[in-house]
Every structure is written in structure tokens, then in C-alpha cells.
Design a protein around this ligand. Sequence first.
Ligand code: ATP
Ligand code: MG
Length: 137
Amino acid sequence: VEHTFSIIKPDATKRNLTGSVNAVIEKAGLRIVAQKRVQMTRAQAETFYAIHRERPFFGELVDFMVSGPVVVQVLEGEDAIVRYRDVMGATNPANAAEGTIRKLFALSVGENTVHGSDSRENAAIEIAQFFAGNEIV
Ligand code: ATP
Ligand code: MG
């Protein structure tokens, strides 16, 4: 069984969609084994998305991620990392498949409702940034 890290982004918390997103996650058979609502600091957002530091949209991305509360989560399941990426849908909601979270809820490539880890290595790093081991149950 595998763990992945998820963020319900500010566009979703602003529109009161936390429960709607969680319903899609749970319907897909992923289990929410840790969850908290936090206001990310600019430093936290910059660290979290450090891999995109040189991209032209980095400033916009950090501004967005601190524009309101987010819900950080650990999801558990068989092949949770790849399966959650499937449930999320494509980064740009215009390209997202029917029934995916981004097709259902995302507003744009920037305001795209959720984050999910893209590898085992990154999942471990991202989970450790927000959760202690005894918070994952
Ligand atoms: P995430 O890492 O948030 O799960 P992703 O893996 O689908 O998304 P990445 O390529 O890692 O996509 O980009 C990280 C985030 O940066 C995207 O989710 C999106 O919010 C933002 N982003 C990516 N490309 C653009 C762009 N062209 N313009 C604005 N924002 C972008
Ligand atoms: Mg990514």
C-alpha cells in the first residue's frame, strides 16, 4: 500500500468545495489518512514548489497558493500516486478527462483545484513537509 500527498488548493477552499473534492477521492477508493486546513506562508509555498522556481509562472503560482487556506492531505491506497494523478486529471482543465477533479472543478491551469505528488520520492518529501508520522492514521 502506497501514500501520496494531496493539496486542495485555495480556489477550491474559497468555493467551499473541500467536501466535494473529498467525495471524488473517496469514491475512487483512496483513503484520507491525514488531513488539515492551513494557511501556507510564502516561504512554505516557495519551498514546496522549488522545482518550478525558474518557470515564468512561479511568482503567480506562489501568490495563488498563499491567497487563501489550503487543505493538505495524505491519501492511502494501492498505487496511490499514479491513481490520484488519474483522479485529478490533466494540469490544464481544458485537457482533463470527464469525471476527474480538475474537469469537474478547476477554473484554469493556474487555479486547478488540487495538487498530487508525481513520484514516490516527492511524495515522501512533501508528506514530511506537513505531517509528523503519528498524524498519519
Ligand atoms: P501539481 O504539481 O500542482 O500537482 P501538476 O503536477 O499537474 O500540478 P506541474 O507541472 O507540476 O503540474 O505544475 C505545478 C502547478 O503550477 C500546476 O498545478 C499549476 O497550478 C501551475 N502551472 C503549471 N503550468 C502553468 C502555466 N502555464 N501557467 C500558470 N500556472 C501553471
Ligand atoms: Mg507537479
